[in-house]
Design a protein around this ligand. Structure first.
Ligand code: 5AD
Ligand code: SF4
Length: 481
């Protein structure tokens, strides 16, 4: 699973989903002629938000198009995590502005994480957009569209303490029909000093477990075979039932989802090193269908930098968690996020990051140069004092190290037989299929008579740094003993 998408992705109706739409009344039919185009940036949660937006719009009779030029409404779901993400969005908005010159009635809207901070500039100074809607205000989209249609500038960037869109069944966009993402919580209460998320997405709140189970069960009934439970910090998921006062922790939620069916794989992202518990690891160990893969962002290998980042764990604390994962789940895949060149980072701090990588031997890492974000604690308290060329060189060294470990871990797979959930044809060849192992490694193998959504045992015969190559040994049923 790619957790962070820096690049542009357009979304389209899955034809099979169009078939499940309610019979429209004639009034709705007229409205259905309106088409919306949505483009999404940022993390998987943001992509999942676009699916919620699509559901809200579909309810109001909008169809979706993959061609912005044919759209009545163009929405761009934005990310604010690094400056680069924002710059890309601004460039796209300029392009939409020129599209609008030929089609003045077309509405352009900004959704998501950039909405709050840039609303004045986007609406007033640059006149790039007609509506601006923050991540907790998507229910008001239909009303805001009506306002914008009447020529007013429409804005709602209010953050909520309750909104989880629990009752909305997302319209699955760009779906392979096998794997889906399910948001279990929104917002974040950790105050990492580099991070804009608490400001853009607000306070942390968990979604009622019944609604999560319902969504996962519906997905399973529709033929999906893998769900990824999403949250900024899934381990702090916590729900108290208002009637019974009974609490549900993340480990309990995970167990409930895993019990839907042994044929449903369960993944989750993201874990915080300070919060991941033995209870979660032991639950993972008990259920063969909970995938043995953990994304555990470290950010830095230096305790001094971790303190400045307000990560609330030390290098040693992080390494202890990794050791615990290895004890309880010896075959667990492990990935991370790393930031190069945070404020005051010295060469010695950087070396500590590299040496921590040697100890953890990650299967994969998302690696970034530090990018100061306005309004964050780091922007207010510290100076962004590592020169860009130093950040770049350190990032390069981190990337090189990651490649070495990733390749070594891939090579270790050669000769093993792994259970793979088939996701569809491989990108390179129609003659091959692809799917992931439990540990989240992509495998490509000859198609033969196998099909999407099936579990197969694959003997791994070779690899690159990113992909395993193999041959199916047999179709299989998951071992649920
Ligand atoms: N600069 C660089 N990387 C950042 N991340 C978050 N904020 C910043 C920033 N200001 C990275 C972290 C986080 C991931 C989603 O993005 O590594 O885990
Ligand atoms: Fe996701 Fe954070 Fe980017 Fe918002 S700012 S889209 S929460 S990565």
């Amino acid at each position: 699973m790619s957790r962070f998408h820096g690049r542009l992705t357009t979304v389209a109706f899955d034809e099979s989903l169009q078939g499940t739409a309610l019979e429209p009344t004639s009034h709705e039919e007229m409205q259905r002629e309106k088409k919306c185009y949505i483009e999404s940036y940022g993390c998987q949660m943001n992509f999942n938000d676009s699916e919620i937006v699509a559901a809200i719009l579909q309810e109001r009779g909008y169809g979706l198009t993959t061609d912005a030029a044919k759209a009545d409404l163009v929405l761009i779901n934005t990310c604010a995590i690094r400056e680069k993400a924002e710059l890309t969005v601004r460039k796209r908005l300029q392009e939409f502005k020129s599209l609008k010159k030929h089609k003045p009635e077309m509405l352009v809207g900004v959704l998501g994480c950039m909405a709050e901070r840039l609303r004045h500039r986007l609406l007033e100074e640059e006149k790039l957009v007609d509506l601006v809607v923050g991540p907790d205000a998507y229910r008001s989209l239909p009303a805001l569209i009506a306002e914008a249609e009447s020529g007013q500038k429409a804005v709602n960037v209010l953050l909520s303490r309750e909104e989880t869109y629990a009752d909305i069944s997302p319209v699955r966009l760009n779906s392979n029909g096998v794997t889906a993402f399910v948001s279990i919580m929104r917002g974040c209460n950790n105050m990492c000093t580099f991070c804009v998320v608490p400001f853009t997405r607000g306070r942390e709140r968990s979604r009622p477990p019944e609604s999560i189970i319902r969504e996962c069960r519906e997905l399973f009934d529709q033929g999906y075979r893998e769900v990824t439970l999403l949250g900024q910090n899934v381990d702090s998921y916590y729900w108290i039932d208002p009637q019974s006062q009974q609490a549900t922790t993340f480990a309990q939620l995970l167990e409930q989802v895993a019990r839907i069916s042994p044929w449903l794989r369960v993944r989750f992202s993201t874990s915080h090193p300070k919060d991941i518990t033995d209870e979660v690891l032991l639950t993972m160990a008990r259920y063969p269908n909970i995938c043995k893969y953990i994304h555990l962002p470290v950010q830095s290998g230096s305790t001094r930098i971790l303190q400045l980042m307000n990560r609330t764990y030390t290098r040693e604390g992080y390494l202890k968690k990794v050791q615990r994962i290895r004890e309880i789940l010896p075959d667990c895949g492990l990935s991370t996020d790393i930031i190069a060149g945070f404020c005051t980072e010295t060469e010695a701090d950087h070396q500590e990051t590299l040496s921590l990588m040697d100890i953890c031997s990650y299967d994969m890492a998302y690696m970034f140069m530090y990018s100061e974000r306005p309004g964050t604690l780091a922007a207010r308290r510290y100076t962004d004092d590592v020169p860009p060329e130093v950040k770049k060189r350190r990032l390069q060294e981190i990337v090189e190290k990651e490649r070495i470990h990733a390749l070594k871990n891939m090579q270790k797979e050669v000769g093993k037989v792994r259970t793979v959930l088939i996701e569809g044809p491989s990108k390179r060849s129609e003659q091959d299929l692809c799917g992931r192992t439990d540990q989240n490694k992509m495998v490509v193998f000859p198609k033969k008579h196998y099909r999407k959504g099936q579990y197969v045992n694959v003997r791994i015969t070779g690899c690159t740094a990113a992909t395993l190559l193999g041959e199916v040994v047999e179709a299989c049923v998951p071992d649920m003993a």
